[in-house]
Write a new protein. Structure first.
Length: 230
């Protein structure tokens, strides 16, 4: 592994846990083990709070791509702290193309986006047609995070259904979306399963995740099991 060259890299390496690095590597087969330092997420978030607003943080965010997985996660934490929507979107569009794993993608959930769901929707539609796996996954994740409660409209589920991909990490996010939608908007999204509008893998995974959810009633679970594609 290369010797760390920057102040922030030095701080990350000081927090390294070799056993945790091995554990993380097993969870992320798409990431070369040499890119993983082995820093737990609470430590990364604490480091982000320490550095946010500093010149070091600005310099760090301006240098893409990063060398290490934990640097990407730290970048995601910095993004989550941005208070201005337009600035966040500018920084987010710069960062998304460099995400190369599901863990960084899924931890990137800036809460300020919930206050701008109308404007955000156009960006989501663009992300869903990207040729980058984790940009698409991020777009689906946004629909799952911010558009399944009071903001829900049936056409948002249609957007997810319209994503056709054989990429595992896109299919898994789509399955997670529909499982969550079944918990929150059961009647509205059930037809996607009854009519078999999803690919078989996503269809069955959505049912599996829904059946595992405590938010789905026993009666609903029993019926969903009958819809599995054999």
């Amino acid at each position: 592994m290369d010797k760390p060259q920057t102040e922030i890299q030095n701080r990350l390496f000081a927090l390294a846990d070799a056993q945790y690095r091995d554990f993380q590597s097993r969870l992320m087969p798409t990431v070369d083990k040499g890119k993983i330092i082995g820093v737990r997420t609470p430590c990364i978030r604490a480091l982000a709070r320490e550095y946010v607003g500093t010149d070091a943080a600005s310099a760090f965010m301006s240098c893409l791509p990063h060398r290490y997985y934990e640097e990407d996660n730290l970048h995601a934490c910095f993004l989550a702290m941005i208070k201005d929507y337009d600035e966040l979107m500018t920084q987010l569009e710069r960062f998304l193309p460099y995400i190369d794993n599901w863990a960084t993608c899924d931890m990137l959930r800036p809460k300020i986006l919930k206050k701008h769901t109308e404007k955000l929707l156009d960006s989501i539609k663009g992300w869903l047609v990207s040729d980058r796996v984790y940009t698409v996954r991020f777009g689906i994740g946004m629909l799952m995070s911010f558009y399944l409660d009071e903001q829900f409209k049936p056409e948002y589920s249609e957007l997810v259904c319209s994503v056709h991909s054989d990429e595992y990490y896109i299919q898994m996010m789509a399955a997670w979306y529909f499982a969550t939608a079944l918990a929150k908007q059961y009647d509205a999204v059930l037809p996607y399963l009854k009519q078999r509008r999803l690919d078989a893998f996503t269809h069955n995974k959505a049912i599996q995740k829904a059946v595992e959810s405590y938010r789905i009633t026993p009666e609903q679970k029993a019926y969903l099991r009958t819809l599995k594609i054999k």
